[in-house]
Design a protein around this ligand. Structure first.
Ligand SMILES: C[S@@+](CC[C@H](N)C(=O)[O-])C[C@H]1O[C@@H](n2cnc3c(N)ncnc32)[C@H](O)[C@@H]1O
Length: 182
C-alpha cells in the first residue's frame, strides 16, 4: 500500500512538472546526444565561446559544450529537480570552473554575454524570445535551435533533415525593453 502511495505522489509530481514547464516555455524532452553534438558543431562552438542553453534540462548541451569543445557554458532551468540534477552533475564532473547553472526563467536572465545560444523550446516560446534576442544579443551571436525554427531571425544555415536551424539575431534597438517603440 505504501509503495503505491509513493508511486502516486511521484506520478502526480511528474505530471505537475510537465504542465508547469509546458506553460512556462516547454516540457522536458532531452535532445539526443548525437544531435547535441551536431548542433554544437553547426554553431562552430570553440574554447573562446560562452554558450547559453535556454531550458537546459539535464545539462547535456552545456556539459558537451564544455567537455568536447572547451567552451564556457551557462544553463538556465526553471524546473527545480532538473536544476539540482545539473548542479550535481557539474560538481561530479568537476566543471564548476566553466559551467554555471541558473535556477530561474529564461525571460528573466540577461543573455548579453552569449556567443552561442542553444534552444529546444516550443514555437510560442521562440516567438517571444525573438524580441529579447534582438534587444540583448550581439549581432554576431549564433542562435541554434532544435526542431522549432525562429521565423523572425536571420537564417544562416539549416539542416532540414535533422531539424536544426542556425541564426543571427535581428537587432531591434528602436524598441524599449517593454516592446514599445521609442
Ligand atoms: C525540451 S526541454 C530541452 C532540454 C535541453 N535543452 C535539451 O536539449 O536536452 C525544455 C527545457 O526547458 C525548461 N524550461 C521551460 N520553460 C522554461 C523557462 N521559462 N525558463 C527556464 N527553463 C524552462 C524545461 O523545464 C525543460 O527542461
Amino acid at each position: 500500500m505504501v509503495p503505491l502511495n509513493i508511486l502516486t505522489i511521484l506520478v502526480v509530481v511528474f505530471m505537475i512538472s510537465i504542465l508547469w514547464t509546458n506553460l512556462r516555455g516547454a516540457p522536458w524532452l532531452p535532445t539526443p546526444m548525437s544531435k547535441v553534438y551536431k548542433m554544437l558543431a553547426m554553431a562552430d562552438v570553440g574554447p573562446n565561446d560562452m554558450v547559453y542553453d535556454l531550458g537546459c534540462g539535464d545539462g547535456r548541451t552545456i556539459i558537451a559544450a564544455a567537455r568536447r569543445y572547451g567552451a564556457r557554458a551557462v544553463g538556465i532551468e526553471i524546473d527545480p529537480l532538473r536544476y539540482l540534477w545539473c548542479q550535481l552533475l557539474i560538481t561530479i564532473l568537476r566543471l564548476r570552473g566553466r559551467v554555471q547553472i541558473i535556477f530561474g526563467d529564461i525571460f528573466a536572465q540577461d543573455l548579453g554575454d552569449a556567443d552561442v545560444v542553444t534552444c529546444y523550446l516550443l514555437p510560442k516560446t521562440n516567438k517571444k524570445l525573438e524580441e529579447k534576442f534582438g534587444q540583448e544579443l550581439r549581432p554576431s551571436t549564433r542562435v541554434i535551435s532544435n526542431y522549432f525554427n525562429f521565423p523572425g531571425l536571420q537564417l544562416l544555415r539549416e539542416d532540414e533533415e535533422a531539424g536544426i536551424y542556425l541564426y543571427h539575431p535581428v537587432p531591434n534597438h528602436t524598441k524599449t525593453k517593454k516592446g514599445s517603440s521609442l
